[in-house]
Design a binder for this molecule. Structure first.
Ligand code: ADP
Ligand code: ZN
Length: 611
């Protein structure tokens, strides 16, 4: 049907829970294939359908019924329904974007038992005045209910939505229908909330691995942001990516600058007029734009699967957020890159902002510290993230992070350098911030340094051969390693921790690292990772992309709904000649082969490399 030859981890178990009518919570990372878990069971008859009168209206046992899918966003519903229809599945959604006629057609298809999956928003399902709607659903035969993005029910999730809270009443209205919650948010707390709020009974809890082996993680300290961005973009010419910024102003400025560099970029943030925002989003999904410069307002419901890089031009407020946002890269399983460009000041700004909104709770502070630890950390990034989510990491090296790729150079005499920094912090009585301390160490007689008499300290100019960026980097590493803390509002100051004091006394050792540039060209990045996907002929790939774009335009759907990049790559490697051959290609089901096969076979047959 979908043209996949095997299950992804936990998909089988998730489908079995649905088929057995057992409540479930399924936690899989972005791109883990959650949708298929509820889409496929919606098409097969449940084992219980025939025997249990409760699950199907008993007066019409011959009805197939449908799966009800709760989804928070119109764009998400539209995307999935478009995709299902291209695969030949009868699916529909009900939301405020439909005309009365369209809505009546959907309702008729339910009554006639001609719909296998119905997507609805929580407002429509359990909001005000929805009683009648639920009664109608009971009568037309809901087989099971899947709740997508179920973390929205929890205040501990990163995207709490009050209307999700009301979903608890589904248990009362559909007592015999099993409930299945799906989310990519991993924490235990969110999981517990979901189970409680939805009143799940004896739920199967399926939690997948949070590692995304196809993503390469890098962290850079912010220097010249434009130059740093260009270096990343050079590795991804013509590919899709997202650049996340902390503020609307930054979004606007970066988008304009990228356009000036001749790149196909557009801005996205909540302050743009609705039509501009949706136009830009459409353009990105339709591959008319490569780079989306955005605040975190851009994200959920972005199903473009061939996003090849996600850059954060500033630190997010928690590792959960980072995992979620960076996770939009490489959903197709092909190599993709996630770069965090940050400075210690980002965390100060976050603390101020949260404070201002009255959100600076203990947990908020702790999450910021966790994020800072990740950023300043000098160990495998995959390991850090996975362990953060409470999972053991089984590999010694990931081969896909700046640390394991040896893009960080160990500083000679690290311990001595660290002691010099710590001693300077002690000399200024642990009362000054990172800028002032680095000025002293580098030997810059700024007004502040002179006024406070710090140019007379023995530590003045002690590290004069270092660059400011490198020095600040070391200080942040010391914070990350727990040798220094950086606290206090509004001006955070550096203080020694007990471990830092011990190192200063000469107990123990530490290692500091300096960034070295990752490889410039796309080729060498890919070259290393040939095991994941062999490089394909770019011109051939572009030719197939053209065909895909044409078909997508004809149908008014985004290109990835036709075929993913993975499928095009597989075609290039295996050169199918017949429809028969085509069935063996990754992601090609019978319906798609019939609809699009000839167009692609033609293109493959006639492809000539331009002379
Ligand atoms: P999620 O909702 O978990 O982020 P999706 O359901 O969007 O993930 O699936 C991500 C991608 O993986 C989709 O392109 C989907 O077609 C593909 N996919 C899902 N299941 C499989 C499978 N068993 N084999 C190969 N590809 C799959
Ligand atoms: Zn690693």
């Amino acid at each position: 049907m979908w043209g996949f030859s095997s299950f992804r981890p936990l998909q089988r178990e998730a489908m079995q829970a649905i088929l057995a009518g057992r409540d479930s919570v399924v936690v899989l990372p972005t791109g883990g294939g959650k949708s298929l878990c509820f889409q496929a069971p919606a098409l097969v008859r449940l084992a219980t359908d025939a025997s249990s009168a409760g699950r199907v209206p008993s007066n019409r046992p011959e009805r197939l019924g449908f799966a009800l899918v709760v989804s928070p966003l119109i764009s998400l519903m539209k995307d999935q329904v478009d995709g299902l229809r291209v695969d030949g599945v009868a699916a529909a959604y009900l939301n405020s974007s439909l005309t009365p006629d369209e809505r009546d057609a959907v309702l008729a298809s339910l009554r006639n038992d001609e719909c296998r999956l119905l997507y609805v928003s929580p407002e429509r399902l359990v909001g005000e005045g929805s009683q009648g709607f639920r009664r109608m659903l009971q009568q037309t035969g809901v087989r099971f209910i899947a709740i997508d993005e179920a973390h929205c029910i929890s205040q501990w999730g990163h995207d709490f939505r009050p209307e999700y809270r009301q979903l608890g009443r589904l248990r009362d209205d559909f007592p015999d229908v099993s409930l299945h919650a799906f989310t990519a948010t991993a924490t235990e707390r969110v999981r517990r909330d979901i189970i409680t709020e939805l009143r799940l009974q004896d739920a199967a809890v399926l939690v997948g691995s949070f590692d995304r082996p196809n993503l390469t993680y890098r962290v850079l300290r912010r220097g010249n942001l434009h130059r740093q961005l260009l270096q990343i973009l050079e590795r991804h010419a013509g590919e899709a990516g997202i650049v996340y910024c902390g503020s609307r102003r930054e979004v606007e400025a970066l988008a304009v600058w990228l356009q000036g560099e001749g790149l196909r970029a557009a801005p996205y943030h909540a302050g743009l007029a609705d039509d501009v925002r949706s136009r830009n989003q459409e353009a990105f999904l339709d591959e008319r734009i490569d780079i989306m410069v955005a605040t975190v307002a851009f994200g959920m419901g972005i199903d473009r699967s061939n996003v090849r890089f996600v850059v954060h031009a500033g630190a997010p407020r928690s590792p959960e957020h980072y995992q979620q946002e960076s996770g939009r890269a490489g959903r197709d399983g092909l190599p993709a890159e996630c770069v965090l460009i940050y400075s210690g000041a980002d965390f100060v700004r976050w603390r101020q902002m949260l404070e201002m909104n009255g959100e600076l709770t203990d947990s908020g502070r702790a999450l910021l510290r966790d994020m800072e630890r990740y950023a300043a950390g000098t160990r495998c990034r995959h390991r850090s993230l996975v362990e953060y989510f409470g999972e053991a990491y089984g590999r010694a090296e990931c081969g896909a992070c700046d640390w394991c790729l040896k893009e960080l150079d160990a500083v000679a005499d690290s311990t001595v350098v660290a002691q010099k920094i710590l001693s300077c912090v002690a000399r200024v009585k642990q009362a000054w911030g990172i800028g002032h301390v680095s000025d002293i160490l580098i030997g810059r007689a700024t007004e502040k340094v002179v006024a406070s008499g710090h140019d007379d300290l023995s530590t003045f100019g002690l590290l004069k051969d270092e660059s400011v960026t490198a020095l600040r980097g070391y200080i942040e590493q010391l914070v990350g390693d727990g040798l220094l803390t950086r606290d206090g509002d509004p001006y955070p100051v550096l203080r020694l921790t007990p471990a830092g004091a011990a190192l200063l006394r000469g107990e123990g050792a530490c290692s500091l690292y300096r960034e070295v540039q990752p490889p410039k060209s796309k080729k060498s990045v890919r070259g290393r990772r040939e095991s994941v996907v062999a490089d394909v002929d770019q011109e051939f790939f572009d030719a197939l992309r053209e065909v895909r774009l044409r078909l997508a335009r004809e149908r008014g759907v985004p290109p990835y709904v036709i075929f993913h990049d993975t499928t095009l790559r597989d075609m290039i490697q295996r050169r199918p000649r017949t429809l028969e051959d085509l069935h063996d290609i990754y992601g090609v089901g019978a319906k798609k082969a019939a609809d699009f096969g000839d167009a692609f076979l033609d293109a493959i047959r006639t492809f000539r490399r331009p002379e």
